[in-house]
Design a protein around this ligand. Structure first.
Ligand SMILES: [Fe+2]
Length: 347
């Protein structure tokens, strides 16, 4: 039996930018030509949203949001370093980055030797676009996991090199954010992509809504894998790796409900009550709530990316482990709820 540390983090893209522009997604959603007049004025917003926006268009709130996220990331990094993993397996979404019209695997294990990627543009570290980060993979472990998953009935795609993109933001940001203080990052990673965006991965290019020319029902893509399947995939992954020779971190990398995917909130703010319900279930180890969560609810609440965490929930259930720490960070104006979690092995 090998040791496994389970963690969950966010890869929230605006964290890589400056506080002054952290609310850019909301500002873009306010340009929606179909938005009811009431929501175009701050006075028409819910009270909590107005309070966060305050009198500086959310710049102070951005500072607070960043402090909470960075503090949780530093704590997570410390735990990972202390655990000395052989690799970090990262469940993350691919938003029309590496997988495009030519192929969209339901999930895919990257058996790559190494990964090279640059920082996002206009980043908070003032790093130039041509700066390159390099992180090792673990080909042997990725092939072992894929083999065992296939033998267990999970037909798993795998790749040996990138297709359209050096490394999607769910994985690159996980590394860049866990190394927020730029001390260097020497842990090998195994990216494990999950097709979270399902019906909108190509139709909406896994991104912001297209207000001018929204996809018709016929233009939508086939769905993402079901929550139940991903929960079971996460459980199988934990089971296989627990029997392997490596010390492993299993990580989910994503925010939860996204404002820009939540039509019922006019794409302005995330479905926080739906996230809180799932957070309480996760914290208390009521994993059936996760496994039984309907795919329709995922879409209705803009929780597409929570499918990464569905794998994590399955892993926790398989390991019969409850989180030692779990933090839920809500927001009205910064697009997505964030969750952090660590579940180390029992001592
Ligand atoms: Fe994402």
């Amino acid at each position: 039996m090998s040791d496994i540390l389970v963690v969950g983090i966010t890869h929230y893209p605006p964290l890589a930018g400056k506080d002054e522009v952290m609310s850019w997604i909301l500002k873009r959603m306010l340009q929606n030509p179909n938005l009811a007049e009431k929501y175009r004025q701050v006075t028409g917003w819910p009270a909590g949203m107005r309070a966060e926006w305050a009198d500086d268009e959310g710049v102070s709130a951005a500072r607070n949001h960043r402090n909470r996220l960075v503090s949780a990331l530093r704590t997570t990094r410390k735990q990972i370093d202390a655990f000395h993993p052989d690799f970090i397996l990262i469940w993350g979404d691919d938003q029309y980055e590496n997988f495009r019209e030519d192929v969209v695997p339901p999930y895919c294990v990257y058996a790559h030797e190494s990964f090279e990627f640059g920082p996002p543009a206009n980043n908070v570290w003032n790093e130039p676009a041509n700066k390159q980060f390099q992180v090792s993979g673990n080909v042997a472990a990725a092939k072992y996991l894929t083999t065992k998953l296939i033998e267990a009935g999970y037909d798993t795609a795998y790749s040996y090199k990138p297709l359209h993109h050096p490394l999607g933001h769910a994985f690159a940001n996980a590394v860049l954010y866990l190394d927020y203080d730029r001390k260097g990052f020497s842990h090998p990673i195994i990216p494990f992509t999950i097709n979270c965006y399902g019906k909108r991965v190509i139709a909406q290019r896994g991104g912001l809504p297209m207000f001018e020319n929204p996809p018709t029902e016929a233009q939508l893509d086939p769905p993402a894998p079901t929550p139940q399947r991903l929960f079971d995939l996460g459980a199988a992954t934990a089971r296989i790796l627990a029997e392997g020779p490596w010390r492993v971190v299993l990580m989910a990398s994503s925010g939860w409900s996204h404002a820009f995917l939540t039509a019922k909130n006019n794409f302005l703010y995330p479905d926080t009550p739906a996230d809180r319900m799932l957070f309480e279930a996760l914290r208390s180890g009521t994993y059936d709530t996760w496994r039984n969560y309907p795919a329709a609810s995922v879409e209705e609440s803009g929780q597409q990316e929570i499918l990464n965490w569905m794998c994590l929930a399955g892993a926790l259930a398989e390991l019969k482990r409850k989180p030692a720490n779990a933090e839920f960070i809500d927001t009205w104006i910064f697009n997505s709820s964030k969750c952090f979690l660590t579940a180390p092995p029992a001592r």
